[in-house]
Design a protein around this ligand. Sequence first.
Ligand SMILES: CC(=O)SCCNC(=O)CCNC(=O)[C@H](O)C(C)(C)COP(=O)(O)OP(=O)(O)OC[C@H]1O[C@@H](n2cnc3c(N)ncnc32)[C@H](O)[C@@H]1OP(=O)(O)O
Length: 431
Amino acid sequence: MGEIEIRPITRAEAVDYLRVLPFANGLPNWEPAPAVWHGGPEAWPRPRRPADERQLLSWVDEVMADNYHPQAAFVDGELVGGSAMLSLAITAPGLRPVPLGGVTATGVLPTHRRRGLLRGMMQAMFDEAHARGEPLGALSASEGGIYGRFGFSPATMRVRWELDRGEAAFLDSEPPPGSLRLVDAATARLAWPEIHAQIRQRRVGELTPQPDQWAGLTDDAATADGPMRYLVHHDPQGRLDGVANFRLPWSRVPEHAGTLIVEGLQAVSSDAYRAMWMLLTDFDLTRKIVAPSRPTDEPLRWLLRNPRAMRITRQSDNLWLRILDLPNALIARAYDSTADLTIAVDADPMCPGNAGVWHLAVTPEGATCTRTDARPDLTLDVQTLGSLYLGGMSAAVLAAAGRIRPHRSDAVGDLARIFHTDPEPFNSFGF
Ligand SMILES: CC(=O)SCCNC(=O)CCNC(=O)[C@H](O)C(C)(C)COP(=O)(O)OP(=O)(O)OC[C@H]1O[C@@H](n2cnc3c(N)ncnc32)[C@H](O)[C@@H]1OP(=O)(O)O
């Protein structure tokens, strides 16, 4: 194919790097399935025009920022592929922030695909993240079949659910104390970071927001999907304790009319949570409520008189995790109970330091993870450990699939007991 070079880009190469990324060059960058998650009349993501030079230039500062680590693939000197890792933190079990390299902005030109360019960039990004002291990598997968080979595996899930307004009676119909207010986008842009900072300290799986995370919230009604509306809740003392974004899509298609789409809702008190859902599930002139990306353990179900009314219509993997530095990853999280477990990890060619037999000891003072010659209690591969890490995936189910091979009868039970997280891990946005 020509001479291949994989390396970080310079500032002068940033526009060429951006030009090869599907989101910038107008080519598909996500499988079409998520379109139907959102309901409403429009296919999503919508086709875009390739970004012009001015737009490309406007993104240069972002890709050259200190926490953004782009890699590119050159063939005979021409930049034909790009990917990047963002330095982030994820809330790990024990509600501890753990450094994480988030793979983002990835694309190889269609003319140069399937020749190992992404693999080369991935290896370079893993090595750099390891050197920066990020024991974890993560991504949202555009397609389910690509990233397992690089050691990533689903660690959080998300669901889309629907509720007919006529079935949304609450067990307790008394409105909770506090106040609800519809606000403009500028107010919502301030409310979201304030609430999310608290959510990150309460929910395993949540990630550091980007500086412009909520910058796109707008009052502009000129979108085909219909404008976004914003709701906040304050407790009786006037403290902000909840925020939600919702849309009322416009459509000429009768079956799409009257749907209220809840794009995001976060609350730091159960009163705020119940108050916001009571309003959003009984909005005048609507018939159906759709929430496209929510945790599977949504408490709303338990607030309803008819818990079956909240129908999960889709379920998918959300965040994929990759253990880059096994001992540092395992001691960075907390565990539910004391443990003394010897874990054998299969060969891991992209992160060879992960392979071998590890002794994980958890005492009230903390966890240690050291190499050992002892006979392992169980064997697994690094992907399986990535799925277990946040505590959202069942060790028993992974063992039933043969992904964990126990060498003593209660080894899987012990693994399940110490890794489990409740409520389940969830990331309310990706990167
Ligand atoms: C994390 C994110 O950013 S999600 C966005 C990812 N971007 C996209 O999906 C945009 C469209 N696709 C692309 O640009 C490219 O196809 C990429 C980036 C997905 C892959 O780049 P390539 O350079 O072709 O990947 P590379 O040749 O290194 O492939 C490595 C392996 O993955 C496999 N692979 C690559 N793409 C796919 C795919 N779409 N489906 C299944 N397998 C795939 C290859 O066959 C190869 O397999 P092997 O290890 O058994 O040999």
